[in-house]
Design a protein around this ligand. Structure first.
Ligand code: SF4
Length: 454
């Protein structure tokens, strides 16, 4: 499972908004590594720089120095489909104009009625470059604003047309906008810079922390924020629907130092581990976490079970999605490119290994084989989420049902195929209990239950 994007925005006249956005995007880099982009509004126009690569590959001192202004938005993108050229076209922010007045948009999520919107735009003679849902949203907003004459009304009218998941930021020459789908599927929060310097919006609170902004509140589902020299203004762009925030953010996508809707992600993962130890106890010598998201859960499992925690798997941190691709021979090393076991720690030991999720099962199978080759006596897999049975249509890159191992095999069949001594998943009730610090009761859990909110 891969998160497909992170968004960031800042309104701070007199500050280096491009540099702040660059740092915000680095804090959100885990949400997308294929492309990065920043748009800046300088009072007269909106300039965009974007390209394929990590944030630090796309931006350097000269490119940031050329982006002066009062408002900025930024985007990091993950994508699996399409060639590099398609990826370049699809990179964000997208720039468009309303009666020659420019604006730029960045989007996290996926629209579910893209085809209908595309058809509408085709009929109106719009020419699309990438054809992605985010570019379509940009064009829809440009057209609705032409009719309503005000960008905020145009965004509200577009929100009534767009279905699915969206947390969006828009930058004009003079203002920053942030808005969110009526279900609140993807996260988006607001922060305040010190000494009245301005405001920041970010997919996660870790993006606020890095620029010294204090968390103010979540952007509410269906809400539109407008931040400009006139201050911060809020309106309800479209009525809020029954709340359905993505529960998987706590399991895997979000950074552990982020807090979403009042629940810290690290704390939720630790609770998942504790509850797993209650639901599926096992006799073992050591608890190991698969880095990074499995580690807090492994600590929780160790605390609850009394089995000691050990660092038995080391992550190769700097093997990312870069332009430097491994050779075919290196690819055959598979999981070894990213994770390496510590034989001195695990040899002869009965291990409980905590991981966040099972999608196709290939990684778990290779992990078990790798740990056995490093001398593990027993390998008991414990997963901090329920079985993934359904694809996600809300901004997460998942496989089809046919490819999801849990949709096609029983737990015992999966255990045998992975070669583990035992295998257990956290129940949905357990996962909901682990995130009980959340201030609202509404979650999307469609990838586990098939109950799609949209
Ligand atoms: S289907 Fe799963 S991954 Fe997608 S939004 Fe819902 S909970 Fe999150």
């Amino acid at each position: 499972m891969h998160e497909e994007c992170g968004v960031f925005g800042v309104w701070a006249p007199g500050q280096d908004v491009a540099r702040m956005t660059c740092f915000g995007l680095q804090a959100l880099q885990h949400r997308g590594q294929e492309s990065a982009g920043i748009a800046v509004g300088d009072g007269r126009t909106v300039r965009v720089k974007k390209d394929l690569g990590l944030v630090t590959q796309v931006f350097d001192e000269p490119s940031l120095a050329a982006l002066e202004g009062s408002a900025a938005i930024g985007h990091v993108r993950y994508s699996t489909s399409g060639s590099k050229e398609d990826g370049r076209m699809a990179s964000q922010p997208h720039r468009a104009a309303i009666d020659d007045v420019p604006f730029a948009l960045a989007h996290n999520g996926t629209l579910t009625n893209t085809e209908a919107l595309r058809q509408r735009l085709d009929e109106q003679g719009a020419s699309l470059l990438a054809g992605t849902d985010s570019e379509i949203a940009t064009q829809i907003i440009a057209r609705t604003t032409l009719q309503t004459h005000h960008l905020r009304e145009g965004i509200a009218a577009a929100m009534d047309q767009m279905q699915g998941a969206y947390a969006m930021v828009v930058c004009t020459a003079e203002a920053l906008y942030a808005f969110r789908d009526p279900f609140g599927l993807r996260p988006l929060c607001l922060g305040k810079l010190p000494d009245g310097q301005g405001w920041v919006v970010s997919s996660e609170t870790c993006g606020l922390d890095i620029v010294g902004a204090a968390f103010a509140r979540e952007v509410a589902p269906g809400e539109i924020l407008r931040i400009s020299a006139e201050g911060l203004a809020s309106c309800q762009g479209t009525p809020a629907a029954p709340r359905a925030s993505c529960i998987f953010e706590y399991v895997y996508f979000a950074r552990p130092d982020s807090t979403i809707d009042g629940q810290n992600v690290y704390g939720a993962r630790q609770s998942c581990g504790r509850l797993l130890a209650q639901e599926a106890p096992v006799e073992a010598d050591l608890v190991l976490g698969v880095p990074d998201s499995g580690v807090p859960a492994a600590l929780g499992f160790a605390q609850e079970s009394g089995i000691p925690y050990a660092d038995g798997i080391v992550k190769n941190r700097y093997v990312g999605r870069t332009f430097i691709q491994p050779t075919q021979e290196m690819r055959q090393l598979g999981i070894r490119l990213k994770l390496n076991p510590l034989p001195d720690v695990i040899s002869g030991q009965r291990l409980v290994v905590i991981d966040d999720s099972v999608v196709r099962g290939n990684t778990s199978r290779k992990l078990v084989a790798m740990l056995r080759a490093a001398g593990a006596k027993e390998v008991h897999l414990r997963i901090t989420s329920p079985e993934i049975l359904w694809p996600c249509y809300y901004g997460i890159d998942t496989d089809t049902r046919e490819q999801l191992i849990a949709a096609n095999k029983t737990v015992e069949e999966m255990r045998q195929w992975m070669g583990a001594d035992s295998l257990a998943f956290l129940s949905l009730e357990g996962l909901r209990k682990a995130v009980s610090g959340v201030e609202h009761p509404g979650f999307c859990d469609a990838c586990f239950t098939g109950r799609y909110p949209v």
